[in-house]
Design a protein around this ligand. Structure first.
Ligand code: LLP
Length: 393
């Protein structure tokens, strides 16, 4: 049985808009956020949405209204989260390379906690806290040294990654934490990587985290909060039949395997799983170029509009929205002067011609936020389903 394309009802409106543009299905976003909230609330877990995945104001409004906090990775993200109305006591701030200015921004706004990623950073935050005359809440990000079986560029929890503090550094870390006069350690944090689709990986993360936390407790280090990061992957192959990820089993894994000490709260930083499915990049066919070995559909969106396929060899479902003709095999490519500027190779699409609309699906996470102006390209606009109804045919 063919699944109804979730974009179908918006196609007449799409025809009136200048391509390429991002389209967000706000109803799907709301349903996704609700599903996450419901699954989490069973266990009293807290979510700090990873702002880097998508920072558009209408998207953030839905997330904020669900009561979620925010995970930031730059001073500007901290300031943007505050401007979008997120309470400072729900903001966490990670990143291996925070500048003094960025740390001072976080200190100045009294955010929930700064996730320190190195023993060196612990020293600097302590010094800047002292200069500000404050005691600052921090967490330490531990490197769990687990392979999350995802693309190497989005793996962060391996021993050789730059992220977090490794187990061999615990001696130094504990010493620094015990002697830091202006820090209060409130949390321990881990984040393994992104687009993790194998459930046993999260179970492995819990087991490893339990060991690490136990080791710290033996050193006299206890915390009020544990933060398990983000990383839950989405189904890029089936945007219409499986648009909402299985939050129930994700959180159940942590409930079953994570050791939580009395009074501790458990936090997450999911980004992609919340916002990827609701976003699509809508583009128009400029040329159909028939070769001897291949046929190319050249579209008006390129890697500047959606970098993921070029950077991570990521797969996004590609759908032709204009015709029902018999299928042909195409490479779908962009206009940028780079051979990596393609969205898919050997894709089956209904026979395509100039002007046909193409949707590149599941692009709501790390799509617009990674846009760039290479070739002096314009940045794509964003449209939201709750306002697009007003766009006339
Ligand atoms: N927490 C931390 C500390 C992170 O570094 C990240 C993502 C997250 C949470 C959220 O992870 P998520 O739930 O979204 O997987 N641009 C890449 C993804 C980079 C992810 C970086 N860190 C992509 O397009 O696949």
């Amino acid at each position: 049985m063919q699944t109804l394309n979730l974009l179908q009802k918006y196609i007449p409106a799409f025809r009136t808009l200048k391509t390429p543009f991002y389209f967000y299905d706000m109803e799907l976003l709301q349903r996704t956020v609700n599903a996450c909230k419901q699954a989490m609330s069973k266990y009293g877990y807290h979510e700090h949405y990873a702002l880097k995945a998508n920072n558009n104001a209408p998207v953030l409004k839905v997330i904020r209204e669900a009561g979620f906090g925010i995970d930031c990775v730059s001073g500007n993200e901290v300031l943007w989260a505050i401007r979008q109305g997120f309470p400072v006591e729900k903001i966490v701030y990670s990143g291996v390379g925070k500048t003094d200015e960025e740390i001072n921004t976080a200190i100045g706004h009294n955010i929930f906690c700064i996730n320190c990623e190195s023993t060196q950073e612990i020293d600097i935050v302590n010094r800047l806290a002292a200069e500000a005359g404050k005691t600052v809440a921090i967490s330490v990000r531990l490197n769990p040294a687990i392979d999350p079986h995802t693309h190497e560029y989005i793996t962060t929890g391996l021993e050789e990654n730059k992220f977090g503090i490794s187990e061999w550094e615990f001696g130094v870390m504990v010493e620094k934490l015990k002697t830091a006069t202006h820090l209060q350690l409130i949390a321990v944090h881990v984040h393994l990587g992104s687009q993790i689709t194998e459930a046993p990986i999260f179970q492995q993360l819990c087991t490893r985290f339990n060991q690490l936390q136990e080791k710290l407790r033996q050193e006299g280090i206890t915390v009020a909060h544990v933060n398990m990061g983000g990383g839950l992957g989405v189904d890029y192959d089936n945007p219409d039949s499986c648009p909402i990820v299985d939050f129930e089993s994700y959180f159940a894994t942590f409930h079953e395997h994570l050791k939580v000490y009395e009074g501790q709260t458990v936090h997450f930083e999911l980004g992609r799983a919340l916002v990827a499915p609701c976003g699509s990049l809508i583009t128009k066919t400029l040329y159909v170029k028939n070769g001897q070995k291949k046929n190319f559909v050249v579209v008006d969106a390129g890697m500047t509009d959606l970098l993921r396929p070029a950077l991570y060899q990521a797969h996004h479902a590609i759908q032709q929205l204009s015709s029902q003709k018999t299928a042909e095999i195409y490479d779908v490519v962009g206009p940028i002067c780079e051979s990596s500027d393609f969205f898919g190779k050997n894709i089956s699409l209904p026979q395509t011609q100039r002007g046909d609309l193409i949707a590149i699906r599941t692009a709501g996470a790390y799509g617009q936020t990674m846009n760039m102006r290479y070739n002096l390209r314009n940045l794509p606009d964003a449209y939201y389903s709750d306002e697009i109804k007003n766009v006339q045919k």
